[in-house]
Design a protein around this ligand. Structure first.
Ligand code: HEC
Ligand code: HEC
Ligand code: HEC
Length: 283
């Protein structure tokens, strides 16, 4: 009898443990994030002519530095000048995004104003510390997501013109074409199908060349394209073709790997990861 009770007890204990594990697991896999208010986009390009939000932020960082340096040097007049500017821009944060008024130390801003007017430098510095803490708190919570929402470009409507007849491909389809060529080269080279691997290398070169024309949609200068799809990449593709021709498997693999890092991974590091995060929080 005792044994039966014990075994029931153990089973129950086991079931409770499993249930708890289940809960712990599902909690660990979820993450809730607070998004910046979507109305904030009016302080960004293209809704606004200027990057108003960013300019206000950079001003505050400069003003905080100036007032700290002048207060430390005992210069009351210049401390007041920069404190007044900081207070003005700090209040503007709450005016631009009323949803964030609670994140601000507005009482400390008023104290800073009063202290600066009376030349009480110690109190100015004390207020600067309190206000400074609110900068960090808000940044930790919202900065990355604000960048993803309001500054990371959207590639969904971008087109890549392919071939001499100018067939248009969506950006993602163009990407999938490129990765098909990369793998085709790898597979064909491994299986000793030289001509097939050479054809795929030429296709990859064409594909990257056409892809490169799309950079100008957003980049005015030639430098970003040159860095990723410029001479270095062209030279690597030539070396790759030579290695395939010579049936040098080691050199083929090495050149192909380097092309994939420079022509694909470098661009993904800047554009794709940020875009993935944007999509994750907007869809
Ligand atoms: C209520 C939220 C909030 C508060 C308070 C705030 N910021 Fe920001 N700040 C942001 C967000 C959001 C960004 C990201 C904007 C972007 O990059 O598009 C940002 C970006 C910045 C940037 C530019 C990015 C960087 O770090 O190089 C600076 C500089 C900056 N803030 C300074 C300050 C200073 C100084 C204070 C305090 C006096 C402050 N901020 C208070 C929300 C806030
Ligand atoms: C839809 C717009 C868009 C397209 C298309 C685009 N970029 Fe960018 N690119 C950006 C933005 C935005 C940044 C980041 C600049 C910043 O952070 O302020 C950037 C940054 C970069 C950088 C890092 C900064 C630099 O100058 O080194 C490189 C490299 C780059 N892009 C290469 C390319 C290449 C190559 C292409 C074409 C294959 C391309 N980009 C297409 C928007 C775009
Ligand atoms: C502009 C710089 C840029 C260059 C250069 C680039 N990519 Fe991409 N790639 C992107 C962006 C942005 C996305 C996200 C597009 C999307 O999800 O709509 C992407 C997505 C992809 C995807 C995922 C497609 C899907 O269906 O989700 C693959 C695969 C890919 N790229 C392969 C490559 C390969 C291989 C190369 C090099 C031969 C390359 N890319 C070069 C920017 C670039």
């Amino acid at each position: 009898m005792k044994d039966i009770i014990r075994s029931h007890y153990l089973k129950l204990l086991l079931a409770v443990c499993l249930l708890m594990l289940g809960t712990i697991n599902s909690v660990a896999e979820e993450l809730s994030l607070k998004l910046p208010p979507s109305t904030m986009d009016k302080w960004y390009k293209p809704a606004n002519k200027r990057q108003v939000w960013l300019h206000n932020m950079f001003s505050m960082r400069r003003e905080l530095q100036a007032l700290k340096e002048y207060a430390a040097a005992g210069d009351k007049k210049l401390t007041k000048k920069w404190a007044d500017r900081l207070v003005k821009h700090y209040r503007k944060v709450g005016e631009m995004v009323p949803e964030w008024k609670d994140e601000l130390e507005l009482e400390w801003a008023t104290r800073m104003e009063t202290a600066a007017a009376s030349g009480d430098l110690e109190s100015v510095l004390q207020a600067a510390k309190k206000m400074g803490r609110s900068c960090s708190t808000c940044h930790r919570e919202y900065r990355a997501l604000a960048v993803a929402l309001f500054r990371v470009p959207d590639y969904s409507s971008l087109k890549v013109k392919r071939g001499s007849e100018g067939k248009e491909l969506g950006f993602r389809d163009a990407m999938n074409e490129l990765v098909t060529y990369i793998n085709r080269i790898k597979i064909a080279a491994e299986d000793g199908r030289k001509d097939f691997a050479l054809k795929a290398t030429a296709d990859l070169k064409d594909g990257l060349h056409d892809m490169g024309k799309s950079c100008a949609t957003c980049h005015r200068g030639p430098e970003p394209r040159e860095r990723i799809l410029g001479k270095q990449t062209d030279d690597l593709l030539t070396d790759l073709a030579q290695a395939i021709q010579a049936e040098d498997k080691k050199a083929t693999g090495k050149n192909l790997g380097t092309v994939a890092v420079i022509a694909c991974a470098w661009c993904h590091g800047v554009h794709r990861t940020a875009y993935d995060i944007k999509r994750l929080i907007t869809h």
